[in-house]
Design a protein around this ligand. Structure first.
Ligand code: 5AD
Ligand code: SF4
Length: 452
């Protein structure tokens, strides 16, 4: 079987596709990079924003031409949009053969066989936790950085933020067994992986039994897991995304402070800086509580960068609410953030409220935050000039093949000259000579583009 997999959405989806590629190749499939070659096509989809759904539907619709050329071609939609709208898509798109939900991913081979034999459409959408332990396979597919590897440690989400569809499409929150996660990390280390990324909708709630309240301050099952992974020889760095802010207990903060392998960048989704908006979003913290967590992290860990997710134009967001978001972002000093314009998602609670912030206002607020971010990012980069930073080598720079690039523990990108023997995954010391908008430059890069 020649299998083509296209992935949309978050890092969890990328990881799921990689695990499925591993499962399918172990079962004898061959992965292909072009649609024209495929006899099975899989679209792993995202439902978080309307745009993501429309993009995937457009693509799947366009695949009709291949089905015409090759009637035995099997086309399937999997993941979040399959879960959300699988039935409807199968009815509307004649050439679509199956929809495999987020709790059924591990049954990909089975559903393909079913469609092939029965010549019937299939919608396998039951929620289930079997998927949890069945997705530990790894393949090099989709992962261009072979010295990095991701591990899904939790699945699903119990938080029900009012704007978010994830709890409906990814189901209840489950944590995997620590032994299995550590074994997977050891296996990746044995394959040469140097940096592990731990994934989950709320990674910091790992091992908390799906409880929406954080554990006591002197506990953190997630911190314990970080410590176990940090003990693995060969693993030099550990990253994780995304944690819910209130799960940063003192224990977790202390573990991060004490373990240099845990990266000095925290992606801490804030969503809004207004207490009223946060309450309507069903986020379980106030801006003051969020800032207090940031402060505790900063004082315990030392050098640390923060990034975040923010939604602009949530129903009822006033100019004053937006000003609070802007102030909070300034106070934390985020130099990287994903800013989203609110879009209602059918099924999520806020979809029942009027989407009353005009598109132009959403756009304007988006631009204001982006401009603030750029200023802070430049200032942060300039402050690195003259320092020598430890960089993990990623490989040849995507922008300029004459250079190599890597990242600091604080998630800054550094571009430098290749030296004999350098390999992806190495940790090297680079004296920073110049700063760009999004990049730092090592010595001897004359005429570096993007310079300030
Ligand atoms: N509209 C806009 N952004 C959203 N996000 C989630 N749901 C929505 C929505 N309905 C954003 C949140 C989340 C990120 C993954 O996507 O900021 O953290
Ligand atoms: Fe969505 Fe909130 Fe869960 Fe994140 S924590 S996946 S925003 S419901």
């Amino acid at each position: 079987m020649k299998l083509f997999i296209k992935t949309y959405g978050c890092q969890m989806n990328v990881r799921d596709s990689e695990a499925l590629a591993g499962l399918m190749t172990a079962a004898g499939a061959e992965l292909v990079n072009s649609e024209a070659e495929a006899d099975v096509m899989i679209f792993n989809t995202c439902s978080v924003r309307d745009q993501a759904e429309r993009k995937a539907i457009g693509k799947i619709t366009f695949m009709k031409k291949y089905k015409k050329l090759k009637p035995e071609l099997i086309i399937g939609v999997i993941g979040c949009m399959a879960q959300h709208r699988g039935q409807e898509l199968l009815e509307k798109i004649e050439h679509l053969d199956f929809a495999l939900g987020t709790g059924q991913l591990h049954r990909l081979e089975e559903v393909i066989e079913y469609v092939r034999k029965e010549r019937k459409k299939a919608a396998w959408l039951e929620e289930g936790s079997d998927v949890l332990e069945s997705m530990g396979m790894h393949s090099d597919f989709q992962n261009k950085r072979l010295h990095t590897g991701s591990i899904a440690i939790t699945r699903g989400c119990n938080r029900f933020c009012s704007y978010c569809i994830v709890p409906y499409v990814r189901g209840r929150e489950f944590s995997r067994q620590a032994e299995d996660i550590v074994a997977e990390a050891e296996m990746l280390a044995a394959k040469g992986v140097k940096e592990i990324m731990l994934l989950g909708q709320n990674v910091a709630a790992y091992g908390c039994g799906g409880n929406v309240n954080p554990p006591p301050e002197d506990e953190s099952p997630f911190g314990d897991l970080l410590q176990q992974i940090a003990r693995i020889d060969g693993i030099k760095r550990i990253r994780y995304t995304s944690p819910y802010p209130t799960f940063f207990t003192q224990k977790l903060i202390d573990i991060i402070a004490a373990e240099p392998k845990i990266c000095r960048n925290v992606h801490l989704p804030v969503q809004s800086g207004s207490a009223e908006v946060l309450a309507r979003m069903n986020r379980q913290y106030t801006p003051e509580r969020y800032l207090e967590i940031v402060q505790r992290l900063k004082s315990a860990v030392g050098e640390l960068t923060f990034s975040t997710d923010v939604i602009v134009g949530f129903p009822g967001e006033t100019d004053a609410d937006f000003a609070c978001t802007r102030d909070l972002m300034n106070e934390v000093g985020f130099d990287h953030a994903f800013i989203f314009k609110y879009s209602p998602r059918a099924g999520a609670k806020s979809a029942l409220w009027q989407d009353d912030v005009p598109q132009e206002v959403k756009e304007e607020r988006n631009q204001i935050l982006l401009a603030d971010l750029e200023k802070r990012s430049i200032a942060g980069n300039l402050a690195c000039v003259g320092r020598t930073l430890e960089v993990m080598v990623d490989g040849v720079s995507a922008r300029n093949p004459a250079r190599w690039s890597g990242r600091t523990s604080t998630a800054r990108t550094v571009v430098f000259k290749y030296k004999d023997g350098m390999r992806p995954g190495d940790l090297i010391q680079i004296p920073i000579e110049r700063a760009g908008r999004v990049t730092l430059f090592g010595p001897g890069l004359i005429g570096a583009d993007e310079e300030l």
